[in-house]
Design a protein. Structure first.
Length: 267
């Protein structure tokens, strides 16, 4: 009896928390038909928001993938003073509000910030511009690749790397041919988590972007602007597209496990 009760409660929570919100979003987007929803996505400001989101996501994923691989290597292959502090710093973006991180970038690069006046004189714009959005997104997505790689690299140990080193292999050969092939699933998972997080980031980007339509509005910011302007169909249409992109990243993350189970079943 208890088993069935837990089963019912679990499914009730899944339906209420996970399935109903996206269903409501899609229903609101299509309440006047498919044509108005698609037309709202072809608006120039909407197109600019989509492309900016993709651009920021690609840059954030590339930067954090390279950083995550190198940081995970250092944290798992070496023991050094300050290692624990470095682990804490890597996970810092998960423990502070994204709004706070956005305010930090304004403090550094804003017109009244530490380096803002000097940057203005050099005609370098970071706050309320695309570079500020990229910095804020890179910061909030920094931990994901590291967090997925570190446990697996710890489990791998150092025997294979040391054998390759004795055979004369250099650092990059060891990394790409010995370490990463065994960690590709974890790396793939971290990259997709970073992708989903970067596409949906709102708090830090909202603070540092300036909300300039067609220039510094990402998809989440554009959704807020549309909703506040009572353009509900357009807002929910953009939200549907954003949710679909994030869900694709999450589904792709589970693809390696699904393929492995399928191979085991066929075997």
């Amino acid at each position: 009896m208890m088993r069935y009760a837990l089963w019912i409660v679990t499914w009730a929570l899944i339906v209420l928390v996970l399935l109903m919100p996206p269903t409501v979003v899609v229903a609101e987007a299509l309440k006047t038909g498919l044509a108005p929803a698609l037309a709202s996505l072809s608006d120039p400001d909407a197109q600019a928001a989509i492309w900016l989101t993709l651009e920021v996501t690609v840059v954030s994923v590339l930067v954090n993938t390279v950083f995550g691989i190198l940081a995970a290597w250092v944290l798992t292959k070496y023991r050094f003073p300050g290692r624990s502090a470095l682990l804490v710093l890597v996970e810092l973006p998960l423990s502070i509000s994204p709004v706070v991180s956005g305010l930090v970038w304004l403090l550094l690069f804003g017109a009244q910030g530490w380096w803002g006046p000097a940057l203005e004189q050099a005609r370098i714009h970071i706050a309320f511009a695309v570079p500020g959005i990229m910095l804020a997104t890179i910061f909030v997505t920094l931990p994901y690749v590291v967090r997925t790689l570190v446990p697996l690299m710890e489990q791998q140990g150092r025997d294979a790397e040391e054998a390759a080193m004795l055979a004369g292999a250099g650092f990059w050969n060891i990394l790409w041919r010995v370490t990463l092939p065994g960690a590709r699933v974890a790396l793939f998972s971290g990259v997709l988590l970073t992708t989903a997080r970067a596409m949906g980031e709102f708090g830090a980007v909202s603070v540092v972007s300036g909300h300039i339509p067609g220039m510094t509005e990402t998809m989440p910011l554009h959704i807020e602007s549309l909703y506040n302007g009572y353009q509900t169909v357009a807002a929910f249409s953009m939200a549907t597209l954003l949710a679909g992109m994030a869900m694709m990243a999450v589904l792709l993350r589970s693809a390696p496990d699904w393929l492995a189970r399928r191979k085991e079943t066929q075997a």
